[in-house]
Design a protein around this ligand. Structure first.
Ligand code: NAD
Length: 317
């Protein structure tokens, strides 16, 4: 069947998605386009590198000639590549805009020239901003509060505008917080796990009161694949169904999973603009057959085991 170009396929979610695609008999070829920033690891694809269906291209999504040449050879684009860490966006907003906004526009231009069958733009619930109560449906106003989320919101709107203006068959997915094996240890779950496994202390922002929905990466990939196959062009699909927890509750579960105690946790001043709660209504994607399958308990146990097996994937100092 299809030849699929996956941007950011050496990152956390992208690498899980690439492995899923390579398992599908109807997928003829998968090309990963990834520039291998600090967050990209070829190692994430190590066990599938021998697949004759996989091509790896090291390159930047803002390189228009390269992007054009690659998109011409593919039927579908699934776009994960992004600067993804909120804290870094406070100091490097320009990099976030270049990759997340301009890079997305360059891919969309190439997709229009080629006339691709499908363009899936992978985004986040953070574009909706904080909600004190209730849940954001796909039509909810975008109220991002941090440069990362603002850059993703901008890229979502650019992507959807290419559907309206040029008829590029764009779908946008917005998922809640992902966790699972091979996530960069700058993010809270792997940061805590890798520190605790090394017997080191972790720090919790504020009073640990922020609420997030934790979705196993394979559940997000299930949703993205359904959208890639059957999503209606021009539509947005929220992908949720994980577990809502305060960061304090999450910490308690991680401590148990690592066999560690609260003596290793200290509280630090809250980071700037730390949204108190995200929440989405994800009933729409159920129409495509989506049903999350992983419990947080099992997913955390699997994730802890992965960091035990990969001690070099440590939290940055
Ligand atoms: P990640 O940071 O682990 O991986 C990003 C990948 O993109 C890396 O391999 C990196 O090398 C690559 N990349 C970055 N800039 C690039 C560029 N200019 N050209 C080519 N490649 C580049 O991110 P992730 O957590 O896997 O997130 C993937 C996507 O999903 C992002 O678009 C992110 O906004 C979105 N998302 C993530 C989460 C989450 O919880 N991690 C939740 C919702 C949505």
């Amino acid at each position: 069947m299809d030849k699929i170009l996956v941007t950011g396929g050496a990152g956390f979610i992208g690498s899980h998605f690439v492995k899923r695609l390579l398992d599908r008999e109807d997928v003829a070829a998968v090309t990963v386009l990834d520039t291998l920033t600090y967050a990209g690891f070829k190692e994430n694809l190590a066990d599938v590198f021998i697949s004759p269906k996989l091509n790896f291209e090291r390159g930047n999504i803002v390189d228009q000639d390269l992007v054009d040449e690659l998109v011409q050879r593919h039927d579908r684009v699934v776009h994960f590549a992004a600067e993804s860490h909120v804290d870094r966006s406070f100091f490097e907003a320009g990099t976030f805009l270049a990759t997340n906004v301009v890079g997305t526009q360059i891919l969309l231009d190439a997709a229009y020239r080629k006339g691709v069958d499908q363009f899936v733009h992978v985004s986040t619930d953070e574009v909706y901003g904080p909600l004190a109560e209730g849940c954001a449906t796909e039509g909810f106003p975008l109220r991002p509060t941090v440069p990362y989320a603002a850059s993703k919101a901008a890229s979502d709107l650019i992507a959807l505008s290419y559907y309206q203006t040029f008829g590029v068959p764009v779908c946008v997915t917005r998922s809640s917080n992902n966790y699972g094996p091979a996530q960069h240890p700058e993010k809270i779950i792997p940061r805590f796990i890798s520190s605790l496994l090394a017997g080191e202390a972790c720090t919790l922002h504020g009073q640990g009161q922020h609420v997030r929905n934790w979705l196993h990466v394979e559940d997000n990939c299930q949703g993205i694949e359904l959208v890639m196959r059957n999503g209606v062009p021009g539509e947005i699909y929220n992908i949720g169904g994980g577990t809502d927890l305060t960061n304090k509750e999450l910490t308690d579960l991680i401590l148990r999973a690592c066999g560690a105690g609260w003596d290793l946790v200290s509280y630090v001043e809250d980071r700037r603009s730390n949204d108190v709660r995200y929440a989405m209504d994800w009933s729409k994607i159920r129409q495509l057959g989506y049903e999350p399958e992983r419990s947080l308990e099992d997913g955390l146990a699997e994730t802890v085991q992965w960091y035990r097996d990969h001690p070099h994937r440590r939290a940055p100092e």
